[in-house]
Ligand binder design. Structure first.
Ligand code: ZN
Length: 184
């Protein structure tokens, strides 16, 4: 009997570390052991259901949000449609929008906010000489992209800096730059 409960305890410890991600093509869940991967790195997954390979960048828990992202990250503020999310930025273009089955983008947001397009805006990270420059551009979305309550014009690329607030649909995003001293 004790042995039986010990086995159950072991199983519960194993499952405590298992995280699930959703296949962007067929929406099936794939489990993996989160403790074995570094936050912010891209992993390639294989979906046994539809046989698609896809890569995913892992988010970290809210408590760890300040470290480990050389190009900073975006905070998706909790609202009635979604929980708080931390989405790391990469050098180059980061496409933000509502996560949706069949649409593969670099920076999907888990949300029920239907006023957010599946491809809504692009946040670009560029290195010029020794400076890193952040810009945001609307991706011809239905409801537009706002920077500190100012709507972006068609094809406008707006420079953004630390703690700037971007609004897409009914959802608020906050840019967080890497802390001084970190590379990038
Ligand atoms: Zn699949």
């Amino acid at each position: 009997m004790t042995k039986y409960f010990f086995k159950l305890w072991i199983l519960s410890r194993i499952f405590a570390f298992m995280k699930k991600i959703r296949c962007p093509k067929c929406d099936n869940f794939i489990s993996f052991d989160e403790t074995r991967v570094e936050p912010g790195v891209s992993l390639v997954f294989h979906c046994n259901h539809c046989r698609k390979d896809f890569s995913v960048r892992l988010k970290v828990k809210a408590g760890k949000e300040n470290t480990g992202y050389p190009f900073g990250y975006i905070i998706v503020v909790e609202n009635v449609f979604c929980e708080k999310q931390i989405i790391p930025l990469s050098l180059g273009e980061n496409m933000f929008g509502r996560r949706s089955k069949g649409t593969v983008i670099s920076s999907p947001i888990e949300t029920g906010d239907m006023s957010m397009d599946r491809k809504h805006c692009i946040i670009s990270v560029e290195q010029k000489q020794d400076k890193t420059i952040y810009t945001v551009k609307d991706f011809d979305s239905v409801t537009g992209t706002f920077v500190i309550n100012d709507i972006l014009r068609k094809n406008e690329r707006r420079v953004i800096s630390d703690s700037d607030i971007i609004t897409i649909g009914a959802t608020t995003l906050i840019l967080k730059l890497p802390e001084p001293g970190l590379p990038g």
